[in-house]
Design a protein around this ligand. Structure first.
Ligand SMILES: C[S@@+](CC[C@H](N)C(=O)[O-])C[C@H]1O[C@@H](n2cnc3c(N)ncnc32)[C@H](O)[C@@H]1O
Length: 182
């Protein structure tokens, strides 16, 4: 089973409603690169992160096809310390998003929009090797909170954050984000 890739139409609505051309968009849970694909097609800059090698490879191939039309080139990195100029390059980064965001924050990088589509704690094992299962909701929230705090810290004061979850965690995520976000 493959985890649900989000429709480009959904991401397009979010990106067009909450960012301007040239803005920098972050997706810390890249999956198959839907956010980056939509950003490339709509003149937004992007950084996207995933810890799955298969997700990075599939996203790379998907984004290479779009990048032929002369947008910012993108770099694929396994070390976020190598991020240079976010005005010249987009970045597909293989790594743990918490570690990567901390490095980007330390570099002074701030983003205009975040789309976060993290594990939903569905209990499923996906064919990418990704296991969407936490021992308990408490463990899930303990995992999510520091990543949400890093998203807060990398987001500009004027920025927007979209967090995707489902009925399993909705109430918990809302309460946590109320605490974490200013
Ligand atoms: C629900 S999928 C994202 C789907 C994506 N929105 C799309 O349209 O293709 C969640 C992704 O988060 C990645 N992931 C899970 N934990 C992560 C972490 N700590 N850091 C970076 N990526 C992570 C998984 O490998 C998986 O690809």
């Amino acid at each position: 089973m493959s985890f649900p890739q989000k429709p480009e139409k959904l991401l397009e609505r979010i990106v067009l409603a909450s960012s301007n051309p040239g803005d920098l968009v972050l997706d810390p849970f890249c999956g198959y690169g839907t956010t980056a694909a939509v950003c490339s097609k709509n003149d937004r800059r992007w950084i996207t992160i995933d810890l799955g090698p298969q997700q990075i490879e599939i996203s790379k191939r998907r984004l290479e096809k779009i990048n032929t039309i002369g947008l910012n080139p993108f770099k694929v990195l396994t070390d976020a310390n190598l991020v240079e100029d976010v005005t010249k390059y987009n970045y597909l980064i293989h790594g743990e998003c918490l570690d990567v965001m901390k490095i980007l924050i330390a570099k002074g990088i701030r983003v205009d929009l975040i789309y976060a589509d993290p594990p939903f704690n569905t209990g499923q094992r996906f064919d990418s090797g990704f296991v969407d299962k936490f021992p308990s909701i408490k463990d899930y929230m303990a995992w999510l909170r520091p990543r949400s705090e890093a998203m807060r810290d990398i987001l500009k004061d004027t920025g927007s954050l979209y967090h995707h979850c489902d009925y399993r965690t909705n109430a918990h995520v809302r309460l946590m984000l109320d605490e974490v976000l200013p």
